[in-house]
Write a protein that binds this ligand. Structure first.
Ligand SMILES: [Fe+2]
Length: 277
């Protein structure tokens, strides 16, 4: 795994790891203004190294939010037909608002955002301005690098080269895409292998008997939830979580009804997940 002691220190940002495999909290940065070249290069490096970046006390506008996303690529739009999040007044930004009238929240199954799309999002940036007063609504993240690394060599060999169906219809309704992706993916920037199936969208594996594939998927869904691979982020007002959707799964904890949890999200366009090796 990463050995921070052998790496060049960060010169501008403060980067504090949250757990051995998941996440870093980024300080000494102001996201309400454009970043300089050094800040941006260090932010990109931290994103690749830690998979999800957290920021505190950043009162960002829609323009600030979109600018941060656009440093990493063009902004994308949600592929789901029926979703629990909604468009905001700004076409770049999606509203995530839940309160006593909400019948359910979105994301309380472990998932990769919209892996049912042929080009799933590269990442998402979620900004929360209003948080339940007594806690709740934490977001959990799990490293698919750590999940892959912990598999036996026999299981890695079995999964290598297999593909699986990711179907958006059960979650987002008719008209939502389906896509086939490799089960083991190599991350285009870190170069590391990772496990790329998730309970929300992956419905079956191709190239193996159906029931065998379902059994393996069930085992993998339990595997990715192991606390050893996870970090649980506790929100405060004006916190931001920016996750690499290519290598981290996440889970939105549904424990705060009827309280209000409200914020905004942008997602960044991705590419076809590259198979390993
Ligand atoms: Fe999500």
């Amino acid at each position: 795994m990463d050995d921070q002691s052998t790496k060049t220190p960060y010169r501008s940002l403060s980067v504090k790891k949250c757990s051995p495999h998941v996440g870093a909290e980024i300080g000494n940065i102001d996201l309400t203004r454009p970043l300089n070249d050094l800040e941006l290069s260090e932010l990109k490096r931290a994103f690749t190294e830690h998979g999800v970046l957290f920021f505190r006390n950043q009162k960002i506008s829609f323009d600030d939010h979109a600018r941060l996303g656009e440093y990493f690529g063009p902004l994308g739009s949600h592929v789901g037909k029926k979703t629990n999040s909604k468009p905001s007044d700004d076409p770049r930004i999606r509203l995530f608002h839940f309160d006593e009238k909400s019948e359910r929240i979105s994301g309380n199954v472990w998932h990769t955002d919209q892996s049912c799309a042929p080009h799933p999002p590269l990442g998402s940036i979620l900004y929360m301005h209003t948080i339940p007063p007594d806690g709740g609504g934490d977001t959990m993240f799990s490293s698919m690098y750590a999940a892959y690394d912990a598999l036996s060599d026999r299981m890695k060999d079995y999964l290598e080269g297999l593909t699986a169906m990711h179907d958006g219809v059960p979650t987002f309704g008719d008209g939502t895409p389906r896509a086939i992706h490799p089960v083991i993916v190599r991350h285009p920037e870190s170069g590391r292998k990772l496990l790329y199936v998730n309970e929300s969208f992956t419905t079956y594996m191709l190239g193996v008997p159906h029931h065998e594939g379902l059994g393996v998927l069930r085992m993998l869904y339990a595997h990715v939830q192991k606390p050893e691979f996870c970090f649980r982020f506790r929100w405060e007002p004006h916190s931001i979580a920016f996750w690499d959707n290519r290598c981290m799964q996440h889970y939105a904890t549904d424990d705060y009804w009827p309280n209000v949890r409200s914020g905004y999200r942008v997602q960044i366009e991705g590419v076809v997940p590259p198979k390993a090796p």
